[in-house]
Ligand binder design. Structure first.
Ligand code: ZN
Length: 179
């Protein structure tokens, strides 16, 4: 188990579509889940996807207040109900937040660590975090969910605050509640 650096906006791995794990949940996948869990805790996030630690497998974790850790392996959203717009952040784009429209309630199908396909209903922050992490697995970032003017404004802000910074890896745990 290890806390891994988090890839930042601009790192190409964030734009890749992660590959299916398939049937077998092997030791490599289990280690990835443990690394994601530990890294998410270190950065005080509510979710983390494999792309964000440089792995292109369809694996993510979500842990919101009052809920147990949810492991997502090859997750697929089966049902969506309602719409809700709320502010979102991302560990890969620190200090940039945006209002993102998401389905309010969802049912996600995922492979458990035991290799079983299970269905999990989710609402509120848990639902939002799951949708955010599945976006990561498809190479989509929250910026892509904003309207064009807001996106340009946030991108300028991002570039300004990173003046002189060249690393696309984030090594130091932060304190904000981001996903
Ligand atoms: Zn994110």
């Amino acid at each position: 188990m290890s806390i891994r650096p988090v890839h930042l906006l601009g790192s190409p791995v964030l734009r890749e579509r992660a590959k299916e794990v398939g049937g077998a949940v092997d030791d490599e996948v289990r280690k990835l889940v443990e690394d994601l869990r530990e890294t998410m805790h270190a950065y005080k996030g509510v979710g983390l996807a494999a792309n964000q630690v440089g792995a292109t497998r369809r694996v993510a974790v979500v842990e919101t207040e009052g809920n147990d850790l949810l492991v997502l392996i090859d997750p697929v959203i089966l049902e969506r109900e309602g719409e809700i717009i709320e502010e979102e952040g991302c560990l890969s784009i620190p200090d940039i937040y945006g209002d993102v429209k998401r389905a309010a309630n969802i049912v996600v199908e995922t492979t458990s660590l035991d290799g079983e396909r299970v269905r999990v209903p989710a609402s509120e922050l848990k639902s939002r975090a799951i949708q955010h992490e599945i976006d990561h697995l498809d190479g989509i970032l929250l910026l892509d969910r904003l309207n064009i003017l807001t996106r340009q404004f946030k991108l300028r802000k991002w570039k300004n605050q990173r003046k002189g910074e060249t690393s696309l890896l984030r090594e130091v745990p932060a304190t904000a509640d981001e996903a």
